[in-house]
Ligand binder design. Structure first.
Ligand SMILES: NC(=O)c1ccc[n+]([C@@H]2O[C@H](COP(=O)([O-])OP(=O)(O)OC[C@H]3O[C@@H](n4cnc5c(N)ncnc54)[C@H](OP(=O)(O)O)[C@@H]3O)[C@@H](O)[C@H]2O)c1
Ligand SMILES: *[C@@H]1O[C@H](CO)[C@@H](O)[C@H](O)[C@H]1NC(C)=O
Ligand SMILES: *[C@@H]1O[C@H](CO)[C@@H](O)[C@H](O)[C@H]1NC(C)=O
Length: 337
């Protein structure tokens, strides 16, 4: 665990990382993504920030806000419904026209819904897509630019952060036979699959990309716009509950939104979460240990240790199967692996 005062002291030095860092926030128009973009804008020197989301009105307000925080920041919005993998590809193409390097890819687009399986026209459940497939597609498309960022300067910090539920990995129903939950969909299974597949894929990605860090974070309870898809009354109660509980935040583990953003800037920049480095290929599964390049972090910025479930999946080669499944889904949805 790292105290928030230490986090704040530390992230002030982000200005020393050089000017012109490129940071992409998928889900940067609200909540954790926005809070992280805001704190990043506060400390980085002349950064180039991209926000990706659907809400254009919100985005233009944020662009003004971020520029008022840092007048040397460049902020662009790419409008996209990223629950479709084809849209992810288009958004990435737009980005690649403008940038040759990406230093930070921050993935927090997501939804809280109690609905059952809801297929997109690509045949993927919308929630599973937003929390897992679409995020991995962004990573895959932007790997060359992340590697470019890593190569650009020796002390650079090319990083990917996915905000989901590290430490809450759960059982994969029917092993590798129903990973996209066509048959056994439930909210609990959807949470388990997206979280477990994120951890496994990030460990695979870190092994294959030694110059990039892959960070899976569990933010804890944060009062954001996350309940937007709920009935207004439910949403109201949700907010009221957060308000009433706020004096007890530290006792019950709620994280103030700004702290959450600051903690994620720390994860994005601190050398403690450096890439594996070099080109030597080590054995898979060393995640959470210093120097593996894949990290799982809890709400208070503490490394989450492997559960026996996750270790079992790593030992039995489930990471590779999940990766192959993911690429197969990409092929089906977009025509290209
Ligand atoms: N808040 C918490 O307590 C909490 C706890 C655990 C995990 N998490 C995880 O953290 C992530 C972020 O949550 P949050 O609390 O920051 O939520 P939030 O305030 O609702 O923000 C979600 C973001 O996702 C974007 N988004 C949603 N659907 C999209 C779509 N189809 N296409 C493009 N963008 C889309 C939204 O942008 P637009 O509206 O512009 O489309 C928004 O920027 C979620 O994945 C959630 O699972 C949150
Ligand atoms: C999800 O995973 C958790 C933790 O392993 C487990 O307790 C729960 O039963 C799982 N859900 C389902 C539907 O299997
Ligand atoms: C998953 O669905 C299949 C097909 O409906 C079924 O045979 C299997 O028992 C289900 N698995 C679990 C763990 O419920």
């Amino acid at each position: 665990m790292v105290a928030i005062s230490d986090i704040r002291r530390n992230i002030a030095s982000v200005k020393n990382l050089g000017s012109g860092l490129v940071a992409v926030f998928v889900g940067g128009t609200s909540g954790i993504g926005l809070s992280t973009a805001r704190e990043f804008a506060r400390y980085a020197t002349a950064p180039h920030i991209y926000l990706i989301g659907r809400n254009e009105v919100q985005a233009s307000e944020i662009i003004s806000e971020l520029r008022s925080i840092n007048d040397a920041a460049t902020v662009d919005f790419i409008k996209s419904d990223v629950s479709l993998l084809k849209n992810v590809d288009v958004a990435c193409q737009e980005l690649l026209k403008k940038e040759t390097k990406v230093d930070l890819l921050f993935l927090s687009a997501g939804i809280l819904t109690m609905k059952g399986r809801t297929e997109t026209i690509e045949g993927i459940d919308r929630k599973l897509s937003l929390h897992y497939y679409s995020r991995i597609r962004f990573i895959q498309n932007l790997l060359p630019t992340l590697n470019q960022a890593a190569a650009a300067s020796p002390g650079s910090f090319a990083r990917v952060i996915s905000v989901l539920g590290a430490g809450h990995e759960g059982k994969l129903v029917d092993g590798d036979k129903d990973l996209d939950l066509q048959k056994n969909y439930s909210l609990s299974n959807a949470a388990n699959h997206s979280i477990t597949m994120t951890s496994l894929s990030m460990i695979q990605l870190a092994a294959a990309n030694p110059r990039i860090s892959f960070i899976h974070s569990a933010p804890g309870g944060v009062n954001t716009n996350f309940a937007r898809e709920f009935h207004p009354l439910t949403k109201y109660l949700f907010n009221a509950l957060f308000f009433v509980l706020s004096p007890f935040n530290s006792v019950i583990g709620l994280v103030p939104l700004q702290d959450c953003g600051e903690r994620h800037v720390y994860l994005a920049t601190n050398p403690a979460f450096a890439p594996r480095g070099g080109d030597k290929v080590e054995t898979l599964g060393a995640d959470g240990e210093k120097g593996s390049g894949a990290y799982r972090l809890g709400p208070a910025t503490s490394i989450v240790s492997h559960s026996s479930l996750l270790q079992g999946y790593l030992d039995s080669g489930m990471g590779k199967k999940v990766w192959e499944h993911t690429v197969e889904m990409f092929k089906k949805a977009t025509g290209t692996a």
